[in-house]
Write a protein that binds this ligand. Structure first.
Ligand SMILES: Cc1ncc(COP(=O)(O)O)c(C=O)c1O
Length: 403
C-alpha cells in the first residue's frame, strides 16, 4: 500500500485497523469448491463461523451456496440473522445449549452429536415433537495417524457411539442425516485416512447418510515467508481435493444416490483475507536491542500465540527512516512476551505504519478485552471504503459490569 492510500485510511479510521479482503474471500471459496466438485460434484463447504464470524463473510458464503458450520448459539444466531436457511446450518461443538438445539432442530437445521450427554437431550426433543422430522448427525472419532487423541466426537469403537446410533434409530422422527469427523491437524497426509475411515465406517454400519462431513483443518494460502515456518508442507486446495474426492468418486461411482461430501474450512478460506495495520509509536534501544512499540498487540493478530512471524510490510509515512537489524515489534499490552514480530531487518521510523498479513483466522474472534478495546475493521477490496465493524468503545466492554 502506498503512503497516500495509507494516509487517507488513517485519517478516516485511526492509527490501527484491520483490512478485510472480502474479494479474496469470495475467490477462495469459489476456487476451493471448484477443486473438489471437479472430481466429486456432490460437494459443499460448511464455513466454520468461529474462525472469523464477520457477518459480511458469513453472508458471502450463504450467497455462494455454502453452509454455516456453527458451534454455539451465538453463531447460530449470526447465521439466522443474515438469512441462512436453517436446513443449511450444521451445529457441531462439545457443548450445546439445549433450548437452542431444540429451536434449530425444529426449524430443520442439523445438530451433530458430540458426546453421550446429548443422547438423552435429543431423545427428549424427539418425544416432544413427534410430528417433526429432526435432522441429527454423529461426530466420529478414529485414528488418522496424526499422533493426536482428539477429544471431539464419539470413539467409533465405543458403546456410547453404538448407543447414539441405536437411540436415533429407535425414534421414528430422528433422521440420521450425516456423519461428521474433524481433526485439527492440517497435514495433507491425514486427509485420505479421514475419507477412508468414514467410508469404511458407513460400510460397516450398512448405512448411506446424505452427508459425509470431513471437518476442517486445512491450511490456506500464505506467503513463502510464513510457509517456511511450518514443519510440514503447506498443501494447495487442489492437493486436499485430490486426497479425498477421488476416494468418494470411486466408492460411489455406480450409486444413483451419492452422499454429499462436506468439509468445514475456516482458516483455509479466511486466513489470507485480513491484514492488520498499526502505527509505530516509539523506537527504543534497551541494552543494544532495538524494540519498536506499536499501537497493536499480538492479541490483535494472533491470540493463539503460535510464535510465527506474519508477512510484514512497512509503509513509510514521511519521517526519515533508519536501517535496523534484528528489531522486535512489541505490543501495547503490559505482557512481556507481547511481540507481533521478531527479528525485523529493514528501514523504519517512528510514525510509520506496519501492515501484517494473514491475520484472518482466530484473530478478531479471540481478541480479549485486555488493555485496549479492539480496533475497527474496514474493507476496501471491493472499491469503496466500507466500515465492517466500528472501533470498540469503553461502553462496549463495560456495560455488563455494575459500577
Ligand atoms: C468442528 C470444526 N470444524 C471446523 C473447524 C475449522 O478448522 P480450521 O480453521 O482449521 O479449518 C474447527 C476448528 O476448530 C472445528 O472444531
Amino acid at each position: 500500500m502506498n503512503v497516500t492510500e495509507m494516509k487517507c485510511l488513517t485519517e478516516q479510521v485511526g492509527d490501527a485497523f484491520y483490512l478485510l479482503e472480502s474479494k479474496q474471500f469470495r475467490e477462495n471459496f469459489v476456487e476451493l469448491k471448484e477443486e473438489f466438485t471437479k472430481i466429486y460434484p456432490n460437494f459443499n463447504i460448511a464455513y466454520s463461523y468461529k474462525t472469523n464470524y464477520t457477518p459480511k463473510l458469513c453472508r458471502i458464503v450463504n450467497e455462494l451456496g455454502g453452509f454455516a458450520e456453527v458451534v454455539s448459539d451465538m453463531e447460530m444466531e449470526i447465521a439466522l440473522r443474515i438469512g441462512v436457511e436453517p436446513k443449511n446450518i450444521i451445529w457441531n461443538g462439545p457443548f450445546k445449549n439445549a433450548k437452542k438445539v431444540e429451536q434449530l432442530l425444529v426449524m430443520g437445521g442439523t445438530v451433530n452429536l458430540d458426546s453421550a450427554y446429548e443422547i438423552e437431550l435429543i431423545s427428549e426433543i424427539a418425544r416432544k415433537y413427534p410430528n417433526h422430522t429432526l435432522n441429527v448427525g454423529v461426530r466420529c472419532n478414529f485414528d488418522v495417524n496424526d499422533g493426536v487423541v482428539s477429544r471431539f466426537g464419539f470413539d467409533i469403537e465405543s458403546d456410547d457411539f453404538k448407543k447414539a446410533l441405536t437411540v436415533i434409530a429407535e425414534h421414528e422422527n430422528l433422521y440420521l442425516i450425516g456423519l461428521q469427523c474433524h481433526f485439527a491437524t492440517r497435514a495433507l497426509h491425514t486427509w485420505r485416512p479421514r475419507a477412508e475411515g468414514m467410508l469404511s465406517l458407513i460400510e460397516e454400519l450398512g448405512i448411506l447418510p446424505e452427508h459425509i462431513d470431513l471437518g476442517g483443518g486445512l491450511f490456506g494460502k500464505m506467503a513463502d515467508s510464513l510457509k517456511s515456518q511450518f514443519d510440514s508442507e503447506i498443501p494447495s486446495y487442489r492437493q486436499y481435493a485430490e486426497a479425498v474426492a477421488p476416494v468418494f468418486a470411486e466408492k460411489f461411482k455406480n450409486c444413483a444416490e451419492k452422499p454429499m461430501l462436506l468439509i468445514e474450512p475456516g482458516s483455509a478460506l479466511v486466513g489470507d483475507c485480513m491484514h492488520f495495520a498499526s502505527r509505530v509509536v516509539n523506537i527504543k534501544n534497551v541494552r543494544g536491542k532495538h524494540i519498536a512499540t506499536l499501537l497493536g498487540s499480538i492479541y490483535n493478530i494472533n491470540p493463539t500465540l503460535n510464535k510465527k512471524n506474519p508477512p510484514i510490510e512497512v509503509v513509510s509515512m514521511g519521517n526519515p527512516q533508519s536501517e535496523y537489524v534484528d528489531l522486535d515489534f512489541g505490543g501495547f499490552t503490559c505482557i512481556e512476551s507481547d511481540y507481533l514480530y521478531r527479528h525485523y531487518n529493514g528501514n523504519l521510523a517512528k510514525g510509520d505504519m506496519v501492515v501484517f498479513g494473514n491475520v484472518g483466522s482466530y484473530s478478531v474472534v479471540l481478541k480479549p478485552p485486555f488493555i485496549l478495546p479492539n480496533f475497527p475493521i474496514i474493507d476496501i477490496s471491493e472499491g469503496q471504503l466500507e466500515i465492517i465493524k466500528r472501533g470498540e468503545s469503553f461502553d462496549d466492554l463495560f456495560h455488563t459490569f455494575n459500577f
